[in-house]
Write a protein that binds this ligand. Structure first.
Ligand SMILES: [Zn+2]
Length: 292
């Protein structure tokens, strides 16, 4: 049987699985004027929620942000200049329907890939940022995501400015197979070179940061931060429970659990993020001091 037939067969089989309702479908309040918090179930004005950086006014639940919202929320106004915005993926494995799926996501998100990179400023400090976007192919990492992140790290090196990455990803991109997995090594090497030359790396993990992304650049910052309640992990809970034949703690793979076990340096609310990161950038300047 040809490899292509195998893929087609797998895809046909997939249709038998039950559909899991999405977060949006679970909310019984229509999107628009009001928004219901999936955590505390309280309803609030969407306008007020947006004004509060998409953080629930009642329970501080952090609603997912796309890359555009992140740029507005985190960077100094008007400071962002995008790199390599037109780079798009090919179909290296000739995976059925991959190009069509990419095209659909491009139209849906108005993005060309699952990461946006560029130069910006935080509290007046110049930085290179890479912002993953979970609305594009679940933020999965294929060849273009790896390449854009690598080029961004090299640009930070060239400009001698810190590199900040926001991660939100389902992991490696299935449709690019081993080429996706190789991005883990590629981005890690670029970070190591940057670090050896004195570069500052700040990783901010957001919900969800999983698979090959959590196992590479997301965890390689000089500072590894996360937003509250983010799911961060490599393999899924069920897979781990089945392999170790043990029940995992309830809060396993949450940012709070990882902080308790030393894998994170801090959990920072989105409402304070820009200010705290600006302070960190400040202390890495000659004569800088920490104020929090
Ligand atoms: Zn809430």
């Amino acid at each position: 049987m040809a490899l292509k037939d195998l893929f087609t067969k797998t895809q046909t089989k997939k249709k038998k699985y039950a559909t899991i309702p999405t977060e949006a479908a679970k909310q019984d309040v229509p999107e628009g004027i009001m928004t219901k918090c999936p955590s505390c179930k309280k309803i609030m004005y969407t306008k007020e929620l947006m004004k509060n950086e998409k953080v629930c006014l009642h329970c501080q639940y952090h609603f997912p942000m796309n890359s555009g919202e992140r740029i507005t929320s985190f960077l100094d106004e008007g400071s962002f200049e995008e790199f390599n915005e037109n780079m798009i993926s090919k179909n290296p494995l000739d995976f059925p329907d991959y190009l069509e799926k990419l095209e659909k996501d491009r139209q849906k998100t108005k993005l060309n890939e699952a990461v946006v990179t560029g130069l910006g400023a935080v509290g007046g400090h110049k930085v290179v940022v890479a912002i993953m976007d979970a609305t594009f192919r679940m933020g999965s990492m294929g060849s273009v995501v790896g390449e854009k992140i690598t080029l961004a790290i090299e640009k930070a090196d060239e400009l001698s400015v810190p590199f900040i990455i926001f991660t939100a990803s389902g992991g490696a991109r299935m449709q690019e197979g081993a080429i996706s997995l190789m991005q883990m090594a590629k981005t890690s090497v670029a970070l190591k070179k940057f670090s050896n030359r004195g570069g500052l790396i700040i990783s901010i993990m957001t919900h969800p940061t999983t698979g090959g992304v959590s196992a590479s650049f997301a965890s390689l910052g000089d500072y590894n931060f996360a937003e509250p309640q983010s799911l961060i992990g490599f393999a899924g809970r069920r897979v781990i429970e089945q392999s170790i034949r043990e029940k995992l703690p309830e809060d396993f793979q949450t940012a709070e659990f990882l902080l308790k076990h030393g894998q994170l340096d801090a959990i920072i609310s989105r409402l304070e993020l820009a200010e705290k990161i600006a302070n960190i950038l400040e202390i890495h300047q000659p004569g800088g001091e920490i104020t929090w």
